[in-house]
Design a binder for this molecule. Structure first.
Ligand code: UT7
Length: 334
């Protein structure tokens, strides 16, 4: 469908998701650090997370999710014009994981790039996909959010190791036709590097290449100021959602489902309260997967589509925040 400005509209034609088989429960974590199931459930909402098997990589998770998304969209790998792969846990630094996925999928020569925006990665990637469809440059874009985060977590640090897990999801974004009541309204992305030190993974880049000292100081693992991130998470996601609703003259009552980044159920509840949106209109899947960074929003969305909560024609509001600090929202008519 072309808009009044002469652009095309993009829509999500299919989704897929995959969580690895192996599960790490709160009880398992009790054996590793001084914590307990009750504390983790009450403070985060997490009961277990999924962990990849030996030899299973971020691209493998993405491959499974992408096959499902392509099937639902009635598209073949050869139809893909671009692959956008949101991740902070790529298979390796180079080549990018989008190219690895292209090869595994058997997709043809196309633009394939990783998007690094931490937990906001999927919303950022969807925003980029939407623009490429709007201009008419591409017709079919594979947008992935997938992570293997457990390898970046110090299992002696109870502040972080209880939170993160592995998993991924994919969406096939296509040009909407005139008869489809299904499109992206708008997206609203932000970044505030001035508070970037709240959540970091210090080593592995050119600033701190791997040395024995890095390993001794455990700088290959994430470091987080949890309480401060909590406040910024509520503030930024609330602001991004406000923007999305205002830009489209839509009220919270017009929104069927909010799908927030699944980092902590208390953050999600605070954002819902900000809008006066009841929790039964919020997709919460954190119990089963923990924080899977760029994957949470698309995995939660896919689960809600597959179990029938999300229906075609509904207004869906995606929102996320993450290291950077990045944040964003994307309002769509599914
Ligand atoms: O995608 C973005 C990634 N990061 C986040 O989203 C993190 C956002 N922040 C959070 O989710 C929460 O701040 C946490 C779950 C990380 C922590 O919850 P909190 O309610 O903010 O706890 P707290 O840091 O204020 O700690 C409260 C108490 C402390 O003990 P004292 O000082 O009151 O005696 C902690 O030492 O809980 C203690 N504590 C734990 N106890 C049992 C901290 N971690 C644990 C633990 N098990 N795993």
């Amino acid at each position: 469908m072309s808009t009044s400005q002469g652009f095309y509209r993009s829509r999500i034609a299919g989704t897929g998701s995959y969580l690895p088989e192996k599960v790490l429960t709160n009880k398992d974590l009790e054996k590793l650090v001084e914590t307990n199931d009750e504390w983790i459930r009450e403070r985060t909402g997490i009961v277990h997370r999924h962990i990849v098997a030996e030899g299973e990589y971020t691209s493998d998770i993405a491959l499974k999710a992408s096959h499902m998304a392509l099937e639902q969209a009635h598209k073949k790998a050869s139809d893909i014009d671009m692959i956008l792969f949101a991740t902070v846990s790529p298979d390796q630094v180079m080549p990018n994981t989008a190219c690895v996925l292209q090869e595994k999928l058997g997709a043809r020569d196309c633009m394939a790039v990783d998007i690094s925006a931490a937990c906001t990665g999927f919303v950022y990637a969807m925003t980029i996909a939407d623009q490429f469809i709007k201009t008419g440059m591409y017709k079919t874009i594979l947008v992935v959010g997938a992570e293997v985060l457990h390898k970046y977590v110090d299992y002696t640090d109870r502040d972080t190791c209880i939170l993160f897990g592995d998993g991924g999801g994919a969406a096939v974004v296509t040009r909407a036709t005139d008869d489809q009541d299904s499109y992206v309204y708008s997206s609203h992305c932000h970044a505030d590097g001035s508070i970037g030190d709240l959540f970091v993974l210090p080593a592995g880049g050119s600033k701190m290449p791997f040395t024995q000292q890095v390993l001794d100081e455990k700088s290959q693992y994430v470091r987080m100021k949890g309480r401060e991130i909590f406040k910024h998470a509520v503030r930024t996601m609330s602001q991004c959602c406000d923007e999305a609703l205002k830009a489209n003259n839509i009220t919270p009552d017009d929104v069927a489902w909010v799908i927030p980044h699944q980092a902590n159920v208390r953050i999600i509840e605070a954002v819902a309260k900000h809008f006066g949106i009841p929790m039964d209109k919020v997709v919460v899947e954190i119990e089963d997967m923990g924080n899977t960074s760029a994957a949470t929003v698309i995995v939660a969305m896919d689960k809600a589509i597959k179990d029938g909560r999300i229906q075609r024609g509904q207004n869906i509001l995606l929102t996320a925040f993450g290291a950077g600090i990045t944040s964003g929202s994307l309002l769509l008519r599914y």
